[in-house]
Design a protein around this ligand. Structure first.
Ligand SMILES: [Zn+2]
Length: 441
C-alpha cells in the first residue's frame, strides 16, 4: 500500500471515529433569559407592533420565533399557570392551586396564601442549578419564602412595596441572606410615584389624572410600582453578571388589564346609561383612560429593552405570558370583576437567540412546553412525566443536530412538601389587592 493511501485511510478512520463519538450536546452558548409578563395578549400587542410602538419586542420577534401559547383549560389563576410553566407539570402534580386557599388554618379572614413550601416539584431553574448552571430568579409567583438555588432568588414580594423591606419582620424576601439590603434601594414605594410618572397613562397627562378615583389610582400605582421595582432589581442584578439562567416575572400588565380594559376598548364595553347617576364621571374616565393599557405596553417594552441592553449578544431570550386577556370587567369601584374569567386562553411566546430560527411562527405551543423546551435548550434531559413537548421546530437544524433531546423518567418531587401555608407580613395587603381585582370576594 502506498504511503499516500495509508495516510488517507488513517485520516478517514479519524473522521469516522469522530462521527461515531460526537461531542456531547452543550445547548445554547450564552445565557437563557426568561421574561414572564402576566396576561400579555397578542390582540393588544399586534396593533402596537404595526404602529412601531414596541421596538424591543418587535426586535425579538424579528430575530426569533413567536406565536400563541395555549394556557390551562379550564382557566386557572396565574400562580397555578406560572408554576406549570416553571415545572412543566400539571397543577395536581406541582401543588400550587391559586393565590389563596379557602379555610385559613391561621384563622384570619378565612384565606391563607400559597407559599413556596407547597411546591411539590422542582422548577427548571432548580434542575439546571443542580446541573451546575448559575441561576437568578426575580419576582416569580409563589417563590416566597425564597429557597436556596445555585445563584439567587428574589421572591414575588419584591412587588409589594418597600415598607416590608424596611420592617425587618419575619423572613426576608430574597435568598441568600444579605440580598434584601442590596436590592432595597431599587424597590419603589407606590406612594412615591410622582404625578409625571403616572400622567403618561392618561390622555390629558397629569391633568387627566383627576378622573382617577382612589380605586383606580391605587390600582395604577400598585401595578407600576410593582413592575418598576422588579425591573430595577433585575437591572441591578443582571448588570453585575448575567447568570446562565435568569427569570424575571412582572404582574402589572395583567393588573391594569383587569382594572382598565373597560375604559380602553369600546367594543367590549357595557353601554354607559345616561339615566344613571355618575354617568358623566364614567364617560370622562373612558375618554381619559382609553389609551392606558396601550401606554402600559409601551412602558413594558421600554423596561424589556433596558434588560436586553444588559445581555450578551449570544443570549437566548424567552418572553411568555400565562394567558391572554379579553376583558371587559365591570364599571365602578369594587364591582363584581370577573377575575380569571377576563383571561383569554392564549398567551404569548417569543423565543429569540442564536440557535432559534428567525421569523418563525410558533403553532400549537402550550404552557406545558416551556419547561421542556428550556431544558432541551440547555442540553438537560426532559422528564417523561412532563405532559408537554420540546418545541424542536423553533430551533435551527444545526442546533437540533448538535443537541438531540435526552429524556429521563422524572425529576421527582422536592423535599419542600410541607403543605401548611406560611404566613407572611404582606398577606393582608396581598389579600386586599386580590379583592380589588375581583379574584376573591
Ligand atoms: Zn389576571
Amino acid at each position: 500500500m502506498k504511503l499516500r493511501t495509508i495516510i488517507a485511510l488513517g485520516l478517514l478512520a479519524a473522521i469516522l471515529g469522530a462521527c461515531a463519538e460526537p461531542s456531547p450536546p452543550t445547548g445554547v452558548d450564552g445565557p437563557v433569559v426568561v421574561i414572564g409578563i402576566d396576561g400579555a395578549e397578542w390582540s393588544i400587542i399586534e396593533p402596537l407592533l404595526d404602529a412601531g410602538d414596541l421596538p424591543n419586542i418587535a426586535g425579538l420577534i424579528e430575530r426569533g420565533a413567536a406565536g400563541r401559547l395555549g394556557s390551562l383549560d379550564p382557566r386557572r389563576k396565574s400562580p397555578v399557570i406560572w408554576t406549570t410553566i416553571a415545572t412543566g407539570l400539571d397543577p395536581d402534580d406541582h401543588g400550587v392551586g391559586g393565590f389563596v386557599i379557602n379555610g385559613n388554618p391561621h384563622g384570619r379572614d378565612s384565606y391563607s396564601h400559597y407559599s413556596s413550601n407547597m411546591w411539590k416539584a422542582p422548577a427548571f431553574w432548580d434542575i439546571l442549578g443542580d446541573r451546575g448552571k448559575t441561576v437568578g430568579v426575580i419576582g416569580w409567583l409563589v417563590t416566597w419564602p425564597p429557597w436556596p438555588v445555585n445563584g439567587y432568588m428574589v421572591s414575588q414580594h419584591v412587588q409589594y412595596h418597600d415598607r416590608f423591606l424596611q420592617s425587618g419582620q419575619g423572613r426576608g424576601i430574597s435568598w441568600p441572606d444579605g440580598l434584601d439590603d442590596a436590592i432595597a434601594p431599587y424597590v419603589t414605594d407606590e406612594l412615591a410615584l410622582t404625578p409625571s410618572q403616572l400622567g403618561r397613562f392618561a390622555r390629558g397627562g397629569v391633568d387627566g389624572l383627576s378622573v382617577l378615583t382612589e380605586h383606580y389610582e391605587s390600582g395604577l400605582r400598585r401595578a407600576l410600582a410593582g413592575d418598576a421595582s422588579t425591573y430595577a432589581v433585575a437591572r441591578f442584578l443582571l448588570s453585575d453578571d448575567v447568570p446562565d439562567v435568569a427569570c424575571v416575572y412582572t404582574r402589572g400588565v395583567d393588573e391594569v388589564c383587569h382594572r382598565f380594559w373597560i375604559h380602553a376598548y369600546e367594543d367590549t364595553r357595557p353601554p354607559i346609561d345616561p339615566a344613571k347617576p355618575g354617568t358623566a364621571m364614567l364617560a370622562d374616565q373612558a375618554a381619559e383612560l382609553s389609551g392606558l393599557i396601550d401606554e402600559y405596553y409601551r412602558y413594558t417594552d421600554e423596561e424589556v429593552g433596558k434588560l436586553l441592553e444588559l445581555l450578551p449578544p449570544n443570549a437566548t431570550v424567552v418572553v411568555c405570558s400565562d394567558h391572554g386577556f379579553r376583558g371587559p370587567g365591570t364599571w365602578g369601584e369594587h364591582a363584581p370583576w370577573y377575575g380569571e374569567d377576563q383571561h383569554a386562553l392564549n398567551g404569548i411566546l417569543i423565543v429569540s437567540g442564536p440557535g432559534v430560527k428567525r421569523g418563525f411562527t410558533i403553532e400549537d405551543a402550550s404552557v406545558f412546553d416551556v419547561a421542556p423546551t428550556i431544558l432541551a435548550m440547555t442540553a438537560a434531559p426532559v422528564a417523561d412525566d412532563m405532559p408537554g413537548k420540546v418545541l424542536s421546530e423553533i430551533f435551527t437544524e444545526e442546533f437540533v443536530t448538535a443537541n438531540p433531546v435526552a429524556t429521563i423518567e422524572s425529576y421527582g418531587r422536592t423535599e419542600r412538601t410541607d403543605e401548611a401555608p406560611i404566613e407572611s407580613p404582606v398577606d393582608d395587603e396581598v389579600l386586599e389587592r386580590l379583592r380589588s381585582l375581583g379574584y376573591i370576594e
